[in-house]
Design a binder for this molecule. Structure first.
Ligand SMILES: [Zn+2]
Length: 138
């Protein structure tokens, strides 16, 4: 998912500098462009609505998920030749995701059932941990 895809879905997009855009926020009734979009050199996209909408609200209003704000990693195309992540960062990431799984597992044991949303989060954690493998040096 690239910046072009996201920008293509926004209305009233205006370039205001290198990797910087203003657009009408899709998450609220926006007459003047109050959404600031910043495309970082590594492909990440920062969103800020000056009316206070969250980035998740903005991307959902466009029919996208928060993944749209990050450059493609798992999809197998546009794969960077240099891995930008330090091993320690990846381990911290895996550590945090495994903590999420632990908390949800304890919760499921206490309630003797796993809520559908919690199962979905466990599956997200699994996918995220798997994606770390893709960041390891070959
Ligand atoms: Zn907004």
């Amino acid at each position: 998912m690239g910046a072009d895809n996201l920008l293509g879905r926004l209305a009233g997009v205006k370039s205001i500098g290198h990797g910087k855009y203003k657009a009408r926020c899709p998450a609220h009734e926006d007459r003047s462009p109050s959404l600031s979009v910043r495309v970082l050199d590594d492909g990440r996209i920062l969103l800020h609505c000056f009316a206070g909408c969250g980035a998740a609200d903005v991307v959902e209003s466009l029919g996208l998920t928060l993944d749209a704000l990050f450059p493609d990693k798992e999809q197998g195309h546009a794969r960077p030749t240099r891995r930008p992540y330090a091993a320690a960062d990846l381990l911290h990431f895996v550590d945090r995701e495994s903590l999420v799984v632990l908390v949800l597992a304890c919760d499921a044991i206490a309630k003797q059932r796993l809520a559908e949303a919690d199962l979905a989060r466990v599956m997200t954690a699994r996918a995220r941990i798997s994606s770390v493998i893709a960041c390891l040096p070959a």
